[in-house]
Design a protein around this ligand. Structure first.
Ligand SMILES: Cc1cc2nc3c(=O)[nH]c(=O)nc-3n(C[C@H](O)[C@H](O)[C@H](O)COP(=O)(O)O)c2cc1C
Length: 219
């Protein structure tokens, strides 16, 4: 599986199997995190065996067998949310390629434990759950291409492919609150006003770049 296939396959998985992650996979994930921490200057960290932070949501039937996750922290500058989304989604798609299920979570958990593990000058952005999950059928709704961009005779085919990949990106509450512009070879993603839209925009940026094979800016 490559990154493009991982984009097609990925769904948010909230119900996991009660099965330990293979040691060789854990090693791969730890190596990947180290690589991402170095290039992003963010602080991704695996938290193992924390069932407490999800106990309430498990009781409601929202999550099942959540045990480990990756918490994302960083120094609080104005690009932190976008960067966390961009590099977090690189991690998500790599986990999908390893056959793991994932789910971004910014709201529906008890943040006490994740916050207690941050350095003093850091902010907790979000977490990414991962584990072996059951295949789920997704009936997720998506915006149409023309709701997020304008295609015309100047827009190359690769731009449309990028937008299609962007529309498969996870966003908080599936809000898809972004626009993508093409102008003279330059692609710009605009987060709209709203909760978590900058974090979403970083995720969308990663999908767009994989789908199109071209860089995009977030403004
Ligand atoms: C930034 C962000 C925050 C999210 N927070 C939560 C959350 O707190 N709880 C939850 O169950 N899902 C959360 N999600 C998952 C979204 O609900 C999910 O991505 C969206 O509904 C689209 O579905 P899909 O990921 O299966 O394509 C979050 C996703 C993103 C990108």
């Amino acid at each position: 599986m490559d990154l493009k296939e991982a984009i097609q396959r990925r769904r948010s998985i909230r119900k996991y199997l009660n099965k330990e992650i293979e040691a060789s996979d854990i090693k791969k994930i730890e190596d990947l995190i180290e690589e991402i921490n170095t290039k992003s200057q963010l602080h991704f960290r695996i938290v193992y065996d924390d069932t407490k932070s999800f106990a309430r949501m498990v009781k409601y039937g929202w999550f099942e067998n959540v045990k480990q996750y990756i918490a994302i922290y960083g120094k609080n500058d104005k690009d932190l949310d976008r960067k966390a989304g961009y590099y977090g989604e690189e991690l998500v798609l790599n986990l999908v390629m390893m056959g793991l299920g994932t789910c971004w979570v910014a709201g529906t958990y008890d943040k006490k434990m994740a916050k207690s593990l941050k350095e003093e000058d850091e902010r907790l952005v979000a977490i990414i759950l991962f584990g072996y999950g059951e295949e789920v059928q997704s009936n997720r709704k998506s915006k149409a291409i023309q709701q997020v961009t304008k295609l015309n005779e100047d827009t190359p085919p690769w731009f449309k492919e990028g937008v299609e990949a962007a529309l498969l990106a996870p966003t908080a509450l599936n809000q898809q609150r972004f626009k993508i512009d093409y102008n003279n070879g330059k692609c710009v993603i605009h987060p709209l006003i709203g909760h978590l839209t900058k974090l979403d925009a970083g995720i969308v940026q990663y999908h767009f770049e994989v789908g199109s094979g071209h860089k995009a800016e977030v403004k």
